[in-house]
Design a protein around this ligand. Structure first.
Ligand code: SAM
Length: 233
């Protein structure tokens, strides 16, 4: 029976890959990569010679059919993305669900767990509560303000989302505005930035304090972010 392995890969530091992931990536017939050129750096580092094929958000159903065909032929495949765990704000979930629906028990879908920016950030934030809501990426336009209102209104809950360099300042301004509306301006926010990379850091403060910190040092808004909004006590 063929197997589709869903494999976690590093979120920055290329040493963050499991022994099993290296073995599986070397053993499968084909690796499906979000971007084959990006993944080549990782594959070269571990001397993995397996052929690659691109599979990304815009790949479409024809590509999924082709992948299912390969699995039906008995090929073992691995799915990786540019960084972290596939299907977590990344391509993968549609492929996995289609493979499940079409092949049922004729295929094994196995996880090869590895890093994710989500769990990496939470592990160094120290949330006082074990419950959190993961939003993924915030919507750019429609629903954005409603979501900020929901976060601000849910004072006792924690929220985690992914954010890019381009929007982080705007996002902090919006959080400040919405927290002021519900009189919780001091609610703590954690900006986990460039995790596992050279400039890794976790900035902590109210939205206003973080805006000040990032204004004082423009380097602080560079890179990739996980934003954690803590509860209000
Ligand atoms: N599937 C990935 C995972 O499991 O972490 C997430 C992919 S998503 C397309 C990319 C976003 O994850 C970035 O915009 C950023 O918000 C976050 N991210 C990825 N790597 C990161 C890192 N090293 N430090 C902080 N955030 C990171």
């Amino acid at each position: 029976m063929s197997t589709l392995y869903v494999v976690g890969t590093p979120i920055g530091n290329l040493e963050d890959i499991t022994l099993r992931a290296i073995r599986i990536l070397g053993e499968v017939d084909l690796i499906l990569c979000e971007d084959t050129r990006t993944s080549r750096t990782l594959l070269n580092k571990y001397d993995i010679k397996t052929s690659t094929m691109s599979f990304h958000t815009h790949s479409g159903l024809a590509k999924i059919d082709k992948i299912i065909e390969m699995l039906k032929e008995g090929k073992d495949l691995a799915l990786i993305t540019d960084a972290g765990t596939p299907a977590i704000s990344d391509p993968g979930s549609l492929l996995v669900s289609k493979v499940r629906d079409e092949m049922g028990e004729d295929v094994q879908i196995k996880t090869v767990p590895g890093p994710s920016a989500l769990t990496a950030a939470l592990s160094i934030v120290g949330l006082p509560d074990h419950q959190f809501t993961f939003i993924g990426f915030l919507p750019h336009k429609k629903g954005r303000e409603t979501l900020f209102s929901k976060i601000a209104d849910s004072k006792k809950e924690s929220f985690v989302f992914y954010e890019s360099t381009h929007r982080i300042e705007k996002t902090l301004e919006s959080l400040k505005e919405h927290f002021e509306k519900v009189e919780t301006p001091a609610r703590k926010i954690y900006l986990a930035r460039e995790l596992t990379k050279m400039f890794e850091e976790c900035l902590v403060g109210s939205a206003e304090e973080l805006i000040e910190k990032t204004k004082a040092d423009s380097n602080k808004v560079r890179g990739e972010f996980v934003v954690v909004v803590g509860p209000n006590f």
